[in-house]
Ligand binder design. Sequence first.
Ligand code: MCA
Ligand code: AMP
Length: 465
Amino acid sequence: MLLSSLNPLAVARGDDMPDAVRIGDTALSRTDILGAAGALAKRIAGARVVAVLADPTPATVIAVVGCLLAGVTVVPVPPDSGPAELDHILSDSGAQAWLGRAPEGSALPVVPVRVHSRDWHSHPEPHPSSTAFVLYTSGTTGPPKGVLLSRRAIAAGIDALAEAWQWTSKDVLVHGLPLFHVHGLILGVLGPLRVGSRLIHTVKPTPQAYAAARGSLYFGVPTVWSRIALDEESARALSDARLLVSGSAPLPVPVFERLRELTGLTPIERYGMSETMLTISTRVDGERRPGWVGLPVRGVETRLRDEHGGPVPHDGESIGGLQVRGATLFDGYLNRPEATAESWTDDGWFKTGDVAVIDEGGFHRIVGRESTDLIKSGGYRIGAGEVETALLGHPGVKEAAVVGLPDADLGQRIVAFVVGDAVDEQVLIDHVASQLSVHKRPREVRIVESLPRNAMGKVQKKLLA
Ligand code: MCA
Ligand code: AMP
């Protein structure tokens, strides 16, 4: 493998695969992907940054690979983004055009993605430090921040996991995750292209679709795994797989145990962030302990720190802020030098914002997040502040506080506490869904007389939860 290179097809160009990538009913060979991406790369060469409405389609895969060939930075955009989110992503990233489909009313030029075009011109390999992606991800307050991911970091991240999971060209990866995050896109599409394994993308991550795909390696967020664990027939159909991998949020221990019971396979758990890609995982050749996410992957180091920056012992019990450094990390937040500086320690470690325990053998357990304002629902990271701002944009809302409450299916569900005049709960849910991505909508709105505040006037979210 070409470690520093991120031409994702560089590895297995010679031997074509007729169904290298299957998305829904469409199969693409490596030649299809490389030829169509090559034709696109020729048309966009010289551009700096472009946006892709990342629905799970062959056009999205070709657009992303075309950008990697041409050395153009890609901004994958959630296909259901509302206008507020879209405006922010486009203006902040400076995207010059849409590749493929564009949202209605967008003023940017559109470069069509022609799935049947072919061009075999070879492009010079861009510098490993160049930015491959700007991925937008929620913070506790304000609009999402653009995470800058370099080609070098992505290559290091995929190769480290290939090693930990013994992921090879013999595997068939199956998942149905969205293509605008590290999990579904970088790991889930660039991973198989780089490793040379086949990919079956099921469009939606339903238990039935996972069962029908008959793959060897499966990726899912805990919500997907808990739905599979409730569907005995689909779960049993996964028994012939090699590995079931869970991540993006904590996998509940009962779901881990039930999957093991139904499939005979012990799930692999791994931990990561948009900013760091995947940094910790259990290994094929190592222990897989329910509730624990394993060891740092190759090229990554971790440590725990207390609130004053002092060391916390790795004794399996002491809890501290998890910090990471290494080859898979991002290069900062676009246009946000202060937020970037705040997220690193003076001695060069990235502060994840998660709290964790590390045992004497280096095994990690993620205990939770430092801030209640970052919610994980269905594996999506959602900032309470962004949802509150959207709610306050509705004329009937006077005050709003958003929290994540425990949910058996989604891990956490977004609940909005609202003070307002004669506002209908469903109207407010639809209002958020129309302003932001649909997955950021509250699942529940509770109309209250007032919000609990401390003497400083700050909402006491712990009391709401
Ligand atoms: C419902 N819908 C609505 C409304 N209510 N549409 C408009 N307005 C409304 N008020 C529609 C939706 O558009 C959708 O339509 C359908 O109802 C169901 O949507 P939803 O309820 O959101 O689906 P769900 O069943 O709750 O989704 C669960 C899920 C999803 C499939 C597990 O949460 C998911 O895909 N999660 C993956 C997140 C992920 O990949 N995270 C990775 C980031 P329609 O059916 O037509 O679409 S973390 C990461 O990358 C790091 C590095 C890591 O560690 O991995
Ligand atoms: P995102 O940036 O959307 O990728 O979300 C990253 C966050 O997801 C992390 O900071 C964690 O809080 C959470 N996360 C990811 N994987 C796991 C896991 N295996 N267990 C617990 N939390 C996780």
